[in-house]
Design a protein around this ligand. Structure first.
Ligand code: 3PG
Length: 306
């Protein structure tokens, strides 16, 4: 019987586990659960006889792949797979997939929530601002950004975007694409970041870009901390006392941000963007179905290490 491991430091909602278990039962596979684990050794021992794994932000490095002697496929239930060492997987012929789009509405709703929290002065009692009539700049235009766009438009916002890879998709829905990242930051009241922690996006939010921000703008980050150049962000926030930073990712320099910018920054205690029952169901079930389709039909759709 194939053993499928669900290894999640941050567990799925019980309703999602119930349905994932049904999918594997029907396929004749055995489900093994490793939730809220604290030690890497627990993962190394649980992966030893698994043929497939469903993970979230769980780190799958060389050592984990080495321990997974029977492993054929790992599905990251979510979008970003920067936690998975693709090279280590590929050299062992292990397929890595993600589940694009499945948790994007949840993350988008949190991005909007963080924007409102920032605009409303962190609910401190100070007079804040409204979303309606303001310009929202989308840095990147993947699934999450498209959901943010849908919600923002309904709130009466003007939305603009900077994207290199999805210009056609943005133009098709009448969204204005700026010529540069600098122009996006210059024209936005709120910037919402939606690029992966890969390639040219790493530290792409740098001083050169940030210096173009308006005085009272809010930066919302539900993507990854690695896309921010933190010393540059701290510098601009020191120079321009109206700028705020609201993030679902804890920055490396968290203590410095908190000390220097009271009332101007907020970090969720644990990444919460995709942590809804709906997102867990969407991404968890998609991951389970992708595993069954891979074993039963050889389907490699959504493979990210081709
Ligand atoms: C993603 O990349 O899908 C999101 O960042 C959600 O990550 P999580 O599954 O660790 O909450």
């Amino acid at each position: 019987m194939r053993k499928i491991l669900v290894a999640t430091v941050k567990p799925f909602a019980p309703v999602a586990i119930k349905k994932i278990s049904k999918i594997f039962n029907k396929a004749g596979y055995e489900l093994s659960l490793l939730e809220k684990y604290e030690l890497k050794e627990q993962l190394l021992s649980a992966i030893a006889d698994a043929e497939a794994a469903i993970i979230r932000s769980d780190k799958f490095d060389e050592e984990v792949f080495e321990a997974g002697k029977n492993l054929k496929i790992v599905v990251r239930a979510g979008a970003g797979y920067d936690n998975v060492d693709l090279e280590a997987a590929s050299k062992r012929n292990i397929v890595v997939m993600n589940t694009p789009g499945q948790n994007s509405n949840a993350v988008a709703e949190l991005a909007i929530g963080l924007a409102i929290f920032g605009l409303r002065e962190l609910f401190s009692g100070k007079a804040g601002g409204e979303m309606r009539g303001r310009t929202l700049g989308l840095h990147g235009f993947g699934y999450v950004a498209r959901n943010v766009f849908r919600i923002a438009r309904a709130m009466g916002m003007k939305v603009i975007v900077y994207t290199r890879y999805s210009k056609g998709a943005a133009a098709a829905i009448g969204l204005k694409v700026t010529n540069s990242l600098e122009q996006l930051y210059e024209k936005s009241d709120i910037v919402s970041i939606h690029v992966p922690a890969r390639g040219e996006h790493i530290k792409s939010v740098s001083y050169e870009v940030l210096q173009h921000l308006k005085d009272n703008s809010v930066i919302v980050n539900t993507a990854r901390k690695e896309v921010i150049n933190e010393p540059d962000l701290i510098r601009i926030m020191e120079e321009r006392p109206g700028i705020k930073y609201m993030s679902d990712l804890t920055p490396d320099a968290e203590a410095e941000f908190v000390e220097k910018f009271p009332g101007r920054c907020f970090f969720t205690p644990k990444k919460a963007g995709a942590q809804t029952a709906e997102a867990n169901l969407n991404a968890g079930l998609a991951a389970a179905e992708q595993i069954v389709d891979f074993f039963e039909k050889g389907d490699t759709t959504h493979q990210v290490n081709k």
